[in-house]
Design a binder for this molecule. Sequence first.
Ligand code: SAH
Length: 352
Amino acid sequence: MKELIEQLKLEHDLCDDALTAIIERDEQDEPLFSAADEVRRANYSTDVYLRGLIEFTNVCKNNCYYCGIRCGNKKEARYRLTPEEILESCESGYNMGFRTFVLQGGEDPRCTDDLICTLVDTIKTRYPDCAVTLSIGEKPRSSYQAYFDAGADRYLLRHETASEAHYRKLHPPELSLKNRKRCLYDLKDIGFQVGAGFMVGSPGQTTRELIADLRFLQQLQPDMIGIGPFIPHHDTPFAHEKAGTLKLTLRMLSILRLMFPYVLLPATTALGTISPIGRELGLKAGANVMMPNLTPRRVRQYYDLYDNKICMDEEAAKCRACQEGRVRAAGYRIVCDRGDVRRPVKPEKREQ
Ligand code: SAH
């Protein structure tokens, strides 16, 4: 096993059988975590980047079986922040030291491209030293282009699963893996820093699906990879499914760090939800990003993608201070800048 970890660290790749052995291993994970941590330190030192997350609408036209804000959940109280409220969140976030704002939401039909573009433009004009990340789902290429032209820097769109059959188990017939992938390649082509990712332990996922996810990520070569455990929500068709485990999520984080040494890898809220020290352990397993919640407290409880989500009743400033302590206790350091990806520069060809 030690040799496999070493090989993955040096070559950033292994055959399917070897990856299966690492994913399904029944041994101590410490050697895997410390190899991942070594690689993260070589690329990013002890730096942890912060992203201020603003969950600006929980209205969604999609009906994904796993998600609490799916349109089929008629019990959900719906909200949509006004542009003023979003800008206020940015302002308090800026004063707390955030230099990236992530605007995330359901696929809300009332959030027109014009609205998004105006918002992005306003934020970029007010805070030229900040990056704006969008996470608002599947759109036509022309919309992505408009967001990019308005100044958006990054886009998060988890592919959720790279297996066609598994995708069908998680989504209603009107959604397709093909379109999800089309979106990701369009975003990349336009020039966004792109984030893909998947849930760990979603219903029907086996090692085979996880390897398909890794292979897809190798093709896409994203700048960011978001993973977190699947956690059931009581008003969804997956209410009685089992949650993904801490152990497997941490293991996947380490494997991702070894396969994609440069990638921006968050220790997610879902990871912090299944264990009180989940995010700290995530950092030690190779993660280098945290996403404190800047959503106004008034609406925060309604962005419940899954049950028992943490930090539902916390002031943004408290959330920020809490994360600072957690990061330091884990042995890392929050840095106050945009935190762009540090891809290795390809050596230029010398003239003969
Ligand atoms: N509408 C946007 C944002 C989706 S919410 C989009 O389509 O990209 C962000 C992520 O939360 C999703 O991509 C999904 O991976 C995750 N998520 C949703 N429901 C979840 C659940 N029950 N458990 C864990 N993660 C979940």
